[in-house]
Design a protein. Structure first.
Length: 242
């Protein structure tokens, strides 16, 4: 359908060049119409593709490089616990258990390790609409196979978040000033860490009421220019080529 529309637009543009010079002078010029974006599958958004600068000079091991991505679809939000549960109940994720932390040697304080493992959302009442986390790459891949999609590449994920204008954050270049743009380490997390006896670090002064994960789509003010609401703390969204 999309190819046919694009072909008709090209043919129409070529046909308009025929006729006498006088006729062409009399005709008002018309801007070429943009192809209609394809309809995205439910829960996904269309990313038109393009060329952008991936990485940032101030980020270690992320030096800028120019990348071109083809059009694709990506989940608007993170994968929810409820969505992952369908794969556990009816697909290749059957038998899923929360995996141990992949790098236990990083923890000098076992309280911190237990605190982080306690934030896993699987099997917790009332968290069906929260992002699924604590999954391995293979478990995430199995979920994508169940949905007949795949994990986005690093370039696709970053392009959906940053677009072509080189912004620092999905919402733009403004620093974090409140709790409307994402699930950050704030006063709600400070309370949770204090109760667990874990050093709190330097949390933000605001409070979104969620010490750990929050329901998906809770921070629409932090969405990207394409409407994606990615989070660096959970299983990546699924992708599908357009």
């Amino acid at each position: 359908m999309t190819i046919a529309v694009m072909a008709m637009l090209v043919v129409g543009a070529l046909a308009s060049t025929h006729g006498s010079e006088a006729q062409r002078r009399r005709r008002p010029s018309r801007a070429a119409a943009s192809p209609t974006p394809p309809v995205a599958p439910e829960g996904m958004i269309y990313i038109p593709g393009g060329t952008f600068t991936m990485g940032h000079p101030d980020v270690e091991n992320a030096q800028p490089v120019t990348i071109t991505v083809e059009p694709y679809f990506i989940d608007r939000t993170e994968v929810t616990v409820a969505a992952f549960a369908e794969c556990v109940e009816h697909g290749p994720c059957r038998g899923y258990v929360i995996p141990p932390h992949p790098h236990p040697e990083l923890f000098t304080d076992q309280k911190e390790r237990r605190f982080l493992e306690a934030q896993c959302t699987w099997g917790k009442p009332g968290l069906d609409n929260h992002p699924i986390n604590c999954v391995t790459w293979d478990q995430a891949r199995q979920y994508c196979e169940f949905r007949r999609v795949r994990l986005p590449t690093e370039a696709q994920w970053e392009f959906a978040a940053r677009g072509t204008d080189g912004r620092l954050y999905p919402w733009g270049n403004e620093d974090v000033t409140d709790s409307t743009r994402g699930n950050f380490a704030d006063q709600a997390q400070l309370r949770l860490m204090t109760e667990a006896g874990v050093p709190p670090g330097s949390p933000y002064p605001f409070d979104d009421g969620y010490g750990a994960t929050a329901p998906v789509a809770s921070y629409s003010a932090g969405a990207s220019a394409f409407g994606a609401e990615p989070s660096p703390h959970t299983i990546p969204s699924a992708a599908r080529m357009a």
